[in-house]
Structures are given as C-alpha cells and as structure tokens.
Design a protein around this ligand. Structure first.
Ligand code: ACO
Length: 411
C-alpha cells in the first residue's frame, strides 16, 4: 500500500507537507498509532512557529532573536495576546495594567507563606494558581473574549508575586517599592540588588522573552487539552506548570547546573560523558524533539548573553567561572560525540548558567522559565477558546484483557 500512498502524496505541491504526511502514514502503518502524538498536528495556531531544520523560532512572525534584542516583556505580552506589537500608548497601558494587578488577596498570600518550604517551587506555583480561583468566581464562564484576555493579563501579573511571596516568606515583600517595568519587578522577586542594575534587568528580560512560547510543546499541549473541556484559565495554566516541571521539559535547566557541579572540573567532562552514554542516560540540556540544529534560544544565550557575563574583563566568581569552563568543554565534547545524531544544546543548557550568575537558587530556575512561558500559555488558552475546538479526545490502542467475568462459587 505504501508505494501507492507515496505516489498520491507526490502530487502535493508543498514538499514539506508531503514529507510530514508520509512520516505520519508510515508510523500509522508500522505501529498502528502515534506514540506520544509525535508529529501529529492537533490544533491550528498563529502564535509561534518553528523551522527545526533552519533553527528558526518566530512569535507572530518575528524571529525570537529580534524580539529579545529589541522588545520588552510587556511588548511581547501584547504581541502574543493580541497579535501585533503595541503602539507606545498601548504598551504603557499594558505595563500599568500588569503592575496594577500584581497583588494577591491577603488570604492567598498567607496560604502561600504557610506552605511547607520543602515543597518544590513549581508545585507551590501550580497549587497557588488554583488558589487564585477563590477570588474570581466568574472564571467558569470562558465564552467572553475580552474577559478571557483580562484574566490572562491578571494571571501573568500575579505569577511573580506568588513566587516572591513564597521565596521571601513574606506577603508584603515588595511593600514601599515602585517598579517601572515587569522585568524589574520579576527580578526583584529573585534578587533585590540586581533589580537596581539596568544591565541585569536587560539580561533577565531577554532570558524571559526567549522562553515565551514554543509551539505545541508538552506544557502548551496540556493547556489546550485541559482548556478544550472549557476548564478555567487557572485549571489550564496550573496543569501547564506541572507539565513544565518534568526533567524532560523545563525541569532540565535546574539539572544542568547540578550536572556541572557534579562534573566538578573541565578535566572530568570526557569521562562523565562516556559513563552517561554507556549507561544510556540522557545528558541534561542536550537534545530537542524539534530542532535538528542548534536551538536558536540556546545560540542567542551563548552568543549574546554569556559573553556579557563571562567576558575577560569582568570579575567573575572563580566557582562560577569553573562551571562555565565545564559547560564550554561539555558543549564541545557533546557536539563531537553526537555529531551523527543531530543533537545539540537546547535552551536549558545555557539558561541555567545565566541564572546561576544572577545568584538565583537552582530550585527556582524552572519557575523563571514559567514566568516567560506564562505569556505563551495564556495566549494559547485565549486562542483555543476562540477557535471553538472540540474537546481533545485522542484514541488509545487497547492492549488489555478481552471481556471477562467474575466467577463466584455458589454458596
Ligand atoms: N543525551 C544523550 N543522548 C541523547 C540525548 C541526551 N540528552 N537526547 C537524545 N539523545 C539520543 C537518544 O538516546 C537517541 O539515541 P538512539 O537513536 O541511539 O536511541 C537519539 O538521541 C534520539 O533521542 P530521543 O530520545 O528519541 O529524542 P526525543 O526527541 O524523544 O527527546 C528530549 C528529546 C526529551 C529533549 C531528549 O533529548 C532529552 O531527554 N534531553 C535531555 C533533557 C533536556 O535537556 N530537556 C529539555 C528539553 S528542551 C525544553 O524543554 C526547553
């Protein structure tokens, strides 16, 4: 059957589409299903796009590198939620709106402070997002576009406050402070000193922008799947946070730093990699489902951000510099060893080092990823409500018992 299908597909003008359809049909013929939905289109979206061969990522058509270089957190928020970059007044209005909505209700802030500090910040974050519902009884009505957009903005504004409250164990941690941008406020939640320095705000803002969206990744798929049941924005975004917490997704950045510390010295890189490869273990921060080339976000960090932190003139802490030397050696060795597999460093490889340089505790690294990605998640949630998709309901291949019956001895 495959030759006939191949002939039929050859008639398609779009050669990319021909390749994709052929892959899907081949998988279906060979396996009878699509494990993990790999390569299966599940929604139409105009928010972001990836060309995995070229290493291109765009948000609403703009390359991510240009947005990181020239845009602000608020502008990218406007772009993703509303479809285009804002005019000056629109940007100012959105900034005010975000800063005005960053406060939490007292009872929610107190609940956050009372949570056990052994709770991982990602799990604290997802449960706190669900708590926000208690102050928003109307959230179960998801049919009004303008209300959905307003809720998205308000939720984005509250994300940093949830994290700042928990991290500082203080509901009033920013009392008396004023902020002129979201990036400054978010950084303040993690490092008050650096939040006074334009260089670090700029680096941090670029880091956030690089993480804003990434097509139908696991967490975004989760938002759309949960949202397709018309679940509230809180239920949908809390799910996405849980998905992102996993080590094969956003949780990798925290593990990259642990791995660099475990390696301990650039001299140990070769042996470490050999051991991992022999044990068939994954190297954190390496590989990507979609890119067959260097992840553009990782490349941007490597070329534009890392040199601003680790240049020869700057006074870098020797311990941090050692981690950087290990990362450089690891990158080079991994690129050599995996040359035949098309696997390269992903965004988590370099972002961990940037956050470590900002003195942010590793257990908070994935929450910073989430602080960027919440813009994408909420945009997908709003978009999904508009397209009136059917509830997500894929099929399984049943692999269990045939129907059987309970046999009881007569008493
Ligand atoms: N270390 C060692 N080998 C790897 C790695 C890695 N990090 N990633 C892929 N490979 C190898 C696989 O062993 C496999 O080899 P094989 O063909 O000999 O069996 C081949 O490359 C293809 O790998 P898959 O697992 O099929 O790749 P997949 O697309 O399923 O996985 C993933 C992508 C999950 C990101 C994987 O590369 C990985 O686990 N990386 C480490 C964790 C990580 O960095 N996650 C962050 C992802 S980016 C993000 O979420 C922002």
């Amino acid at each position: 059957m495959l030759p006939q299908i191949k002939d039929a597909l050859k008639k398609l003008e779009d050669k990319e589409l021909e390749k994709k359809y052929l892959q899907l049909i081949t998988t279906l013929l060979e396996k009878g299903y699509f494990p993990g939905l790999e390569g299966v289109p599940v929604a139409k979206s105009s928010i972001s796009n990836i060309d995995g061969d070229k290493g291109l990522l765009t948000f609403r058509g703009y390359p991510v590198q240009e947005l990181a270089k020239h845009g602000s957190y608020e502008e990218i928020c406007f772009l993703l939620l509303k479809g285009d970059l804002p005019l000056l007044e629109e940007r100012i209005e959105l900034t005010e709106d975000l800063l005005d909505h960053k406060e939490l209700d007292d009872s929610i802030a107190e609940t956050i402070v009372s949570m056990d500090d052994d709770l991982h910040p990602m799990h604290m974050l997802s449960s706190s997002i669900l708590q926000l519902q208690s102050a928003d009884a109307g959230c179960f009505n998801v049919e009004n576009y303008q209300h959905n957009l307003n809720r998205a903005v308000q939720l984005i504004a509250k994300f940093p406050t949830i994290l700042g409250t928990y991290r500082k164990q203080d509901p009033n941690f920013a009392e008396g402070e004023t902020f002129d941008s979201l990036a400054r406020y978010i950084l303040y939640c993690f490092n008050e000193e650096l939040a006074k320095q334009e260089k670090w705000i700029n680096i941090f803002e670029q880091l956030l922008i690089l993480h804003v969206d990434h097509t139908m990744n696991n967490s975004t798929f989760s938002v759309r799947a949960v949202g397709s049941s018309k679940a509230s924005i809180y239920a949908s975004i809390a799910t996405a946070v849980n998905s992102l917490s996993g080590p094969l997704h956003g949780g990798a950045n925290e593990r990259v730093i642990k791995m660099l510390e475990e390696i301990g010295d650039p001299e140990n890189v070769e042996a470490y990699l050999e051991e991992k490869i022999n044990n068939k273990e994954k190297i954190m921060g390496i590989g990507h489902r979609v890119y067959q080339t260097y992840d553009p976000r990782a490349l941007y960090l490597k070329e534009n951000i890392i040199p601003r932190i680790f240049n020869e003139q700057s006074d870098v802490d020797p311990e941090l510099d050692n981690l950087y030397q290990i990362a450089k050696k690891l990158e080079k060795t991994a690129l050599d060893k995996f040359a035949d597999k098309d696997i390269y460093p992903n965004v988590d490889f370099w972002s961990g080092l940037v956050m470590r340089a900002m003195d942010i505790e590793p257990k908070y690294f994935t929450t910073i990823f989430a602080l960027g990605r919440v813009i994408g998640w909420t945009s997908h949630w709003v978009e999904n409500m508009e397209v009136k998709n059917k509830i997500y309901r894929p099929k399984q291949l049943y692999d269990g018992f045939n129907t059987r019956h309970i046999i009881r001895e007569e008493k």
